[in-house]
Design a protein around this ligand. Sequence first.
Ligand code: 44T
Length: 887
Amino acid sequence: MPNASTRPKRGRRTRRQPREDPARNELVSRSLESAQQCLFNQDYGTAFVHYLLVLNLAPMLKDFARESFRFTLFKWADELDSVGRVQDLFNCFEQALELFPADEVILNSMGEHLFRMGFRDEAAGHFHKALKLKPDYPEARENFYRVANWLVERWHFLMLNDHGRNQKYQQAIQKAVERGCNTVLDIGTGTGILGMCAKKAGAAEVFACELSKTMYELACEVVTANGMKGGINILHKKSMDMEVPKDIPHRVSLVVTETVDAGLFGEGIIESLIHAWHHLLLPPQITDDIMSLEPSKTGRVIPAGATVFGMAVESVEIRRHHRLCVSEVGGLSLEAVGQLHSPVSCTADADDSMEPYTTERLSRIPGGYTALTEPFRALDIDFNNVKELEGLSSRETQRLHLPVTKEGNLDALAVWFQLHLDQESSLSTGPKEDTCWEQAIYPIQNPNSVALRPGDQLVVDVSCRDAFLRLCSIAVVRDGHEIRLDPHYSTNPNPTATAAPTPAAAPTPAPTPESELCSALAGLQTHQSPPREVCVLECSEIALLNNRHYHQSFNQALDTLLTGLALAKENSSSVGPANPTTTTTTTGTTTPSPSAATTAAKDPNDDLLYFLDVSEGFSLLPLMAARHSHVKAYSSVEKSQHQDVLRRLAGANGVHERRLEFWLNQANEEDQAVLKRPSREKLWSAIVLDCVETCGLIRQRLMEKASLASCLLEEGGRVFPERIVLYGMLVESDTLLLESAVQGQEPTLGFNIAPFINQFTVPVHVFLDFSTLDCRHLSESVELFVLDLMKASANYTNREVKVRATSSGRVTAVPFWYQIQLDPEVSVSTLSRDSHWKQAAVVLQPSLEVRAGDWVCLAVQLRKSSISMSARIDSEDASAGGSPLSP
Ligand code: 44T
């Protein structure tokens, strides 16, 4: 806002300024001309400078020049970007926004640049502003949806919808404040809810801190809307960066916090509480001193402490995501693969790139789980005892011997905790509780599977390192003998048994004396061979490797295609004469038409079929193709560790090294564009595109890639898959609603929070397990649309599909998945049990009441790879509607 003293000056200046200034006008018109000329000559930098001058001197030209100015800016920004002049790029955008502060297109484009460079918070701010200026601006909306999940994680909705948790925290805070804790700091305030509870309970002073900018801004909005702006002082800070009196005037008597993740310590609660005790909290109350200081003079923390529990579990789902469970797929032996690991490991040698645990909601894990031990107590921690907090990392490793209660494969240790808010009240995050919490999962990474049975004892080490709780299965004690699980465990030099790999989904066979002998031998052998390099693959890459059906299907489709093409080549070369018009350039590039090239008999490479796999991540498909005679396969696997594995597998499967190449190596060396085949200009026989992301969404720019790919195919060549069919189903699912927005009309604990956080609602949910989603099916599955990758002219689809409701209910969501059609005969479904893909769902806003027999009209839109849907009851005669199809 300009202040009062500047206004008249501006006015005077404008008044003094003659309306018509010929010199100025001359400059404006010359600069405008130069700008247009430079634009025409594609000299965008100079054009941009001229436009800046013009529009600063003659703001009335803004409307006239807006389009060309934007165009110039975007072109110039692309150029700056391509040469890495990031600072200059953002300076240009800032200058542009000074001229056009409310231009949603410029805001959105700046957001896109920010996002690509990793400034997610700032990017989101720009998309948000663009959307506020123009709510029906689809590009900004898509971009906003893309970042909203990062900015405001979905668990915020779950936690705010968890009434039990909210009430327990509120009661504990109210009690503490009523007992005299009148100065409060809320660490990691999120939406501001706990701070507001303290204020409402009557605390004299309330401070709050939040490290995420988006959440901080949200908390400020929420607190203001609840009339507490002056009552709660919110800081955009990490608690560890706060000091007295710089940030808060004095130490506080109560810290409230819920900075805990599924593994309890993952949000850094230990470090932040140690810091708080040293710098932000009043001294603790000495509990055994009856005459101790009054609560307003001492400090305490809510939650007061926690107890961590663990349990050994069998789960096929965990196993197939963390261990290789197959020795052969798609005709390839994987024996030579070496040791594979998922990035989740808490063994002694795990480096910093490893996560110690992953998370799962065990109650919803596909295939279920079996508890192999009773829950055991792994750790107790008192948050009001700073010495205990400080001693945690140096605590001695605790070795537990856990009786095995049920027969099964040891796949993971699952961990949860009880959060003691105060002496009377606690929250549990256990797998049997009806809460929003997930459990921490410590998968067993042992390459061999471990069959446990009642009577065994599982030896588990519990320790704390780098402020993470670490649980490690060390050994199994059976009949007085120790069977080692951790290859690095060295106290027992005489390993006795590890079993051979078992298939992912097969039930664990009961161990027989023979099998035990075999495993003992296998164990000995593993022990004696030199340690091989461990290759780390993403969990979804491991699940893909374990997917037999996927590889079998590709094998079959590849077989059909490559055999057919080879035969066709053989025929044409035996019939047709050598083509005399073939020319070879000095660089060795042959430049005839593809058909002519195939008949240039001299070069043995002419008979080759070229296969390109541009899948994201690790893929065995090029190896499978290269096993065919006359095929040269290109893999786009980038990491050298992964390339080594492929080379090793090639060797072991009889694929000559010349038959497998790494495409990006080639592309870098020869500076070629991706998808253009190197060295020769003959065309590809097959190109594999990765269509669906693990999260369940169509990959971005898929259709652009597909249309490019189909132009690069030789006659008879193929893009894999040739098409994908999207299926969906009408469901009623409260769970999906609880994850997508704060539900209900009731204020949360009496506070007005929902409208603010619900701005971050995103209609598409990803990483869903449809097989275990708590929902009622209200229709059969129905085909929603087909993407033809061989005729990829359009990159969007708009369709209305009629679906018949099979039961009455409230349609809250439409989960969707894909049938990936490799050729007319062979397909894979992203919904299958052994798929590495998850599903996604559109949550309908608002939801739709249906009666059994109603026809529902689903408007499905695919724009630039993002799917949106809306539903209404179809009042017309719907007999011609889409017929239900099975996946
Ligand atoms: N997720 C639970 C973890 N913060 C909750 O920025 C349970 C996950 C979960 N601010 C499914 C279900 C559930 N100083 O906004 C965050 C974070 C902030 C801090 C300032 C600090 N030292 C910190 C540390 C964290 O605190 C907020 C809450 S963290 C809670 C994590 C529903 N999946």
